[in-house]
Design a protein around this ligand. Structure first.
Ligand code: CP
Length: 311
């Protein structure tokens, strides 16, 4: 199936498309073993160029996209700190920047602090745009790698009880993952967050409309023993309106050893990373903690997406 812009995860509603992405991702994961050169980008008439345009900090998303492009034999150009080192400093609009960068590249991966920015970029760009996070909006490629990780670790993406713990209001990875999971069969959502950081109402309205089970305001200790997946996020400190609002919730949740004792032996703990105090490093060796494997899966998912978009 042909992919062009990736702006929101709802674009992956079609089962066949998701299956195609995951199947290609599995092949990308084994590329070093198989040496299957048909997985690489074809270079006629020249090498393909990926532009990474980041207006917010990133470790995983930018570097995994850049590594993915290089592993496929392509080239990259990059602005990692666009608010300081792009012509935005001189007053250039996002739309103008996109038009110009598009003339230098075959695809643009964009991270921006404003919700809706990827959509705006896609409306003026002659080359595909991939949303690498638009403010508190969405992070669709993260949701794809999250779901791929669940599939690999549990062998299924249906019939799951999923606990989502943390900053559900501002976390774009949570928003995208819930939209994506809501399209799978027999998913139960358990939302666990500090009161001011509850899941946005557009999501709960949708879940109600579709008759999908969810429970808000859960106590982690009450539900931990039934979960198949515990997905944790940090407080999105950069999105809080003021210091007081942040100080009121900081340290209010943590996945500690007591929680680990209450989880099932096969529950998987995911986190998009980076983490802060909510996920102490002393649980990293627990076999249920799969967040570093999850980050690695981002590389393979992004290789598959680049291949599908560019060819
Ligand atoms: N998960 C994620 O988006 O990480 P980065 O902010 O490091 O890209």
């Amino acid at each position: 199936m042909k992919l062009n812009h990736i702006v929101e995860v709802q674009q992956f509603r079609k089962k066949e498309l998701l299956e195609e992405v995951f199947s290609l991702t599995e092949r990308m994961e084994r590329l070093d073993e198989t040496g299957d050169s048909s997985l690489l980008l074809s270079h006629t008439p020249r090498k393909k160029i990926l532009a990474t345009l980041f207006y917010e900090p990133s470790t995983r998303t930018r570097l995994s996209f850049e590594s993915a492009m290089k592993r496929l034999g392509g080239e990259i150009i990059s602005t990692e700190d666009a608010p300081h080192f792009s012509s935005m400093v001189k007053g250039e609009t996002l739309e103008d920047t996109i038009r110009v960068v598009a003339s230098f590249s075959d695809l643009i991966v964009l991270r921006h602090y404003e919700e809706g920015s990827a959509k705006r970029a896609s409306l003026v760009s002659p080359v595909p745009i991939i949303n690498a996070g638009d403010g508190p909006g969405q992070h669709p490629t993260q949701a794809l790698l999250d779901l791929y990780t669940i599939k690999k670790e549990l062998g299924r993406i249906n019939n799951l009880k999923v606990g989502l713990l943390g900053d559900l209001l501002y976390s774009r990875t949570i928003h995208s993952l819930v939209w994506l999971l809501a399209n799978q069969e027999n998913i139960e959502f358990y939302f666990i967050s500090p009161e001011p950081l509850r899941i946005p109402s557009d999501i709960t309205v949708y879940l109600r409309e579709k008759d999908i089970f969810f429970k808000e305001n859960c106590n982690l200790y009450d539900i931990s023993s039934i979960l198949d997946v515990l997905y944790v996020t940090r407080l999105q400190k950069e999105r809080f309106r003021n210091k007081e609002a942040y100080n009121a919730v900081v340290g209010s949740y943590v996945v500690d050893k007591e929680i680990l004792l209450s989880l099932k032996p096969d529950t998987k703990i995911l986190h998009p990373l980076p983490r802060t105090s909510e996920l102490p490093s002393d649980i990293d060796l627990d076999p249920r903690a799969v967040y570093f494997k999850q980050a690695e899966n981002g590389l393979y998912i992004r290789m598959a997406l680049l291949k599908m978009i560019l060819e």
